[in-house]
Design a protein around this ligand. Structure first.
Ligand SMILES: [Zn+2]
Length: 277
């Protein structure tokens, strides 16, 4: 458990039921390990994320996967009813977001960056950014108490280069919770063992046994994490020193957003208390 007297509150807002796990599952597991609170929100219902099943059957399956993923770690989860693949930025979605963030009272909000291949990811990013300032404005959504102070808002990592590549403010060594992250992803079988490999024409690579496919996923995730660590190795040296920073391979990266409270050195120390001081 953490030494902090008041537990921190982390809210990860993704477009789809597996996005939070994929980009922030390690940080979420670290938060829980240190006694802090975590909630995952999927803004869409995930009904488009399969090549064989769609609609209510898939929504029910993905909600069950989200619960199975998060329950062992004590992470709260919500999968909203907005249609997958058809999310648009509008006033109703903005007010839904303002109410949700106010009700949870997070210290740290994580979401997608605004430029991304998936229109739902872009929409969620815009909806969160559009909500940021209004969280503190009493006249907006007066049915839910406004926040006195904005939470820190930061972006999840991606590989997109335009208009500018990811510029991480914080890199988190997640090696101590790696198995927990893989368990979070392993629970989303419809995605990591079915839809995503099928969509990438790599379905034949997926092993048939439960243990085999988890190991296959683990290796793939280690490869992509190593690429992320090596891409930002100089930043890892800055943050962790030469010895620790040189050896980190399992990592997640987060970039401070200009809206909301800033991810400045004081907030980094407060929100990431497991980083070297
Ligand atoms: Zn997604």
């Amino acid at each position: 458990m953490s030494n902090a007297s008041v537990p921190l509150r982390l809210l990860v807002i993704g477009a789809h039921p597996d996005d939070a796990e994929y980009r922030a599952g390690g940080l979420a597991a670290l938060y829980r390990k240190h006694g802090h609170a975590v909630k995952f929100v999927s803004v869409t219902n995930g009904e488009a994320g399969h090549h064989q099943t769609t609609g209510p059957t898939l929504v029910a399956r993905r909600r069950a996967e989200s619960r199975a993923a998060t329950e062992p770690l004590g992470i709260e989860v919500e999968v909203w009813d907005n249609p997958d693949g058809r999310l648009v930025v509008d006033l109703d979605r903005r007010e839904e977001m303002i109410r949700a963030i106010r009700n949870y009272k997070p210290d740290l909000v994580l979401t997608h960056r605004p430029n991304d291949y998936h229109p739902d990811h872009r929409a969620v990013s815009m909806i969160v950014q559009d909500s940021a300032y209004l969280l503190t404005v009493p006249a907006v959504c007066p049915d839910v108490p406004f926040l006195r102070r904005d939470p820190v808002i930061a972006y999840l990592s991606d590989d997109f280069q335009k208009p500018y590549p990811l510029d991480p403010t914080v890199l988190v060594d997640i090696s101590s919770v790696w198995d927990a992250k893989i368990s979070l992803l392993d629970a989303h079988a419809s995605q990591f063992y079915e839809w995503l490999p099928a969509n990438m024409d790599r379905f034949s690579e997926v092993p048939e046994t439960r243990g085999g496919r988890r190991q296959w996923l683990d290796h793939k995730m280690q490869d992509s994490s190593r690429r992320l660590a090596n891409r930002f190795r100089s930043r890892l040296f800055e943050m962790y020193g030469d010895s620790w920073g040189g050896g980190i391979e399992l990592v997640e990266a987060f970039e401070g957003c200009e809206y909301g409270a800033r991810l400045d050195p004081a907030n980094i120390a407060r929100l990431f208390p497991f980083l070297p001081g």
